[in-house]
Design a protein around this ligand. Structure first.
Ligand SMILES: Nc1ncnc2c1ncn2[C@@H]1O[C@H](COP(=O)(O)OP(=O)(O)OP(=O)(O)O)[C@@H](O)[C@H]1O
Ligand SMILES: [Mg+2]
Length: 321
């Protein structure tokens, strides 16, 4: 493949400057999350029967896969399930009321229930923190019922194990695994801007790349790794079940009859892509085919101008080197 005009290194450098959340910002936001967690922890030690049990950074900031465009900090809050309301609006009010107790120096308006989470907003600097409830029933591995941010249903899952699962793939492929995730999330972001019916959850992108990693994909050449991702989608049409044996036998993942089956690596009964229709899978497949063709064209283009033109089909008009 010709790499004269836009090389792997060009993409890598562009990613550091334009795609990735800068390291100092990531550290600052993690610190912000840590302060909230410590406040809840301190409140728990003074009030041992408090029904909020722990806060845990979750989402892309925890996984090290955040984009520069990150607009909130995700935190999971474990709530004793035995006493908490199961009705979502009531649960969110319940959570907000208790967070206000744990954060007495925040005004009540700074702690606001949203549709499926509670946001804590900071005066002045700092991002909003999005606190997602997890109903907790004393599981020693911190399994619990996470409120889905897509439809408010309860998902039986385990965030610490999700972090461990991703960490394992990251350490097998230092730098590159996380970088390819971010590049593809950036592609997703660009697709969403161009087509409002395009949907592709970050968690699904990460799980597909985890499968490719487990199958031996190397990731150290970014155009090639992206191309593998697009080819996998184009070939499978997202109809092939993706399942992992880290925490259960893959034979347990039966009975899923949704069109897209990307199974939660920590719970064989939870299909992380269950809300995706055949139409949505087709839109993703079409976009993947187009992106794959654009990368092929970019790699064989004869001038720098043409090469950039094709890369812009993948990453949008702001792509430049
Ligand atoms: N369907 C699901 N089943 C189980 N857990 C889920 C599901 N969807 C999301 N999660 C949990 O929530 C976390 C965050 O979701 P997701 O990966 O989509 O967002 P993100 O990593 O924060 O990315 P973004 O940059 O798009 O915000 C996941 O890492 C996972 O722990
Ligand atoms: Mg997020």
């Amino acid at each position: 493949m010709s790499r004269i005009h836009v090389s792997h290194t060009d993409i890598a450098n562009w990613a550091v400057n334009k795609v990735n959340l800068p390291k100092d910002k990531a550290a600052e936001y993690r610190e912000q999350a840590k302060r909230l967690r410590e406040k809840v922890q301190a409140y728990i030690s003074e009030h041992p029967d408090f029904t909020l049990r722990k806060m845990l950074l979750s989402g892309s900031l925890a996984k090290g896969t955040a984009l520069r465009s990150l607009n909130d900090i995700d935190i999971a809050c474990y709530i004793s399930g035995a006493d908490a309301p199961q009705d979502i609006p009531k649960l969110l009010d319940y959570l907000a009321e208790r967070l206000r107790k744990a954060f007495p120096n925040f005004s009540p308006e700074q702690v606001k229930p949203q549709t499926y989470s509670v946001t804590v907003s900071f005066k002045g600097s700092g991002l909003d923190v999005d606190i997602v409830p997890v109903l907790y029933y004393e599981d020693p591995d911190w399994y619990g019922k996470l409120v889905s941010q897509q439809d408010g249903s309860f998902l039986e899952t385990c965030i610490p194990r999700h972090l461990e699962f991703i960490r394992k793939r990251k350490s097998r492929n230092e730098v590159h695994f996380a970088q390819v995730i971010r590049l593809l999330k950036y592609w997703v972001r660009n697709q969403k801007i161009e087509n409002e019916s395009f949907k592709f959850k970050s968690f699904m992108v990460e799980l597909i790349l985890s499968k490719l990693s487990d199958d031996g994909l190397d990731f150290s050449d970014y155009p090639e790794a992206m191309q593998h991702f697009y080819t996998y989608i184009a070939k499978s049409n997202l109809k092939e079940m993706i399942v992992f044996g880290d925490y259960y036998s893959v034979l347990n993942a039966t009975g899923h009859n949704e069109p897209v089956k990307i199974i939660d690596p920590v719970n064989s009964n939870n299909n992380a892509s269950k809300l995706y229709t055949i139409q949505q899978a087709q839109i993703i497949t079409d976009a993947a085919l187009e992106a794959g063709d654009a990368i092929d064209a970019a790699l064989s283009a004869t001038t720098k101008e043409k090469t950039i033109y094709y890369w812009r089909k993948v990453f949008g008009s702001s792509f430049n080197i």
